[in-house]
Design a protein around this ligand. Sequence first.
Ligand SMILES: NC(=O)c1ccc[n+]([C@@H]2O[C@H](COP(=O)([O-])OP(=O)(O)OC[C@H]3O[C@@H](n4cnc5c(N)ncnc54)[C@H](OP(=O)(O)O)[C@@H]3O)[C@@H](O)[C@H]2O)c1
Length: 309
Amino acid sequence: MSKFIKLYNGYTIPTIGLGTYKSKPCEVEEAVKYSIDIGYRHIDCAWFYANEKEIGEALRAKIVEGVVKREELFITTKLWNNFHDKENVVPMLKESLKYLQLEYVDLFLIHWPFGFKEDADGLPTDGAASYSDVDYLETWEGMEDCLKSNLTRSIGVSNFNKDQLNRLFNNCEIKPAVLQVEVNPNINQKDLIQFCKERNIVVVGFSPLGRGSLSTTVSDYPLATILDDKIVGMAKKYNKTPAQVVLRYLISLGICVIPKSVTKSRILENFDIHDFELEKKDTEYLDSCNKNERVARMAPYKDHKHYPF
Ligand SMILES: NC(=O)c1ccc[n+]([C@@H]2O[C@H](COP(=O)([O-])OP(=O)(O)OC[C@H]3O[C@@H](n4cnc5c(N)ncnc54)[C@H](OP(=O)(O)O)[C@@H]3O)[C@@H](O)[C@H]2O)c1
């Protein structure tokens, strides 16, 4: 299984990246430094995660130490929902670049297809009063400006459904290179992945371990499959961990994965998935876990006209 996937524009994206959502600012710097030390070259960031400054410190330190060169890294960031107006896009990427201490990112994504008013909360709770109805096609023109200004090498979207992606694909000057969406055995997205393959769009799977039931006690999240008894048993057979089995399964779908961890042993574990193959019957079991149940729902915004699910 290759450690890189080629984007349509010739750049390559490492198959495994480090996620940073909910990584506390006080923990993320060490996590990113450690991940680079052990070989990660792909870091998934976002303005909304409010930890890009600390990630920037880690990147700078590893470049200055000579552990890695800038051009060997693949850094993603994302445009948050309050800034969908076309004229906000370039300035918001510049803000992320300042935090990250970089001159360009490798990938800039529209984080969600729906927007909020600029002066609303990042996650507003007062309903439609805070919604912006800017069309993501307009936002995309700002994304294209970022690329034309060499502030990013590739552009893409996140959490777009098939219709939204298709509409964008058919109405843009520069095609999206990546779709980042939730992919784990509870929602394996095989249809969407096929749809993207046909359009030369690479899928990056977020929440690959099924974050919800791992990090909170909120009970309506689907049980993360790394806690499934059968997968726990399978992992023992391969002398691997359940997380390694799940990540291995996901990359076999032809996608990238970006597991988040601030725990050194897990950062190491999640990167060490290239030395075994799943048997057919185990792949079939993992396939059978699909129930199209997602962790990242953004349910409060269901009445937004650009809500994707
Ligand atoms: N585009 C979007 O809208 C979007 C949405 C969600 C996520 N993302 C991106 O995708 C990344 C990953 O998704 P996620 O953070 O939602 O969920 P995830 O990576 O599926 O799960 C993270 C959780 O799993 C734990 N964990 C990590 N490795 C483990 C292992 N080997 N064994 C057991 N537990 C393990 C982590 O704990 P510790 O950290 O305590 O080790 C954390 O609680 C995010 O960090 C973010 O970069 C993007």
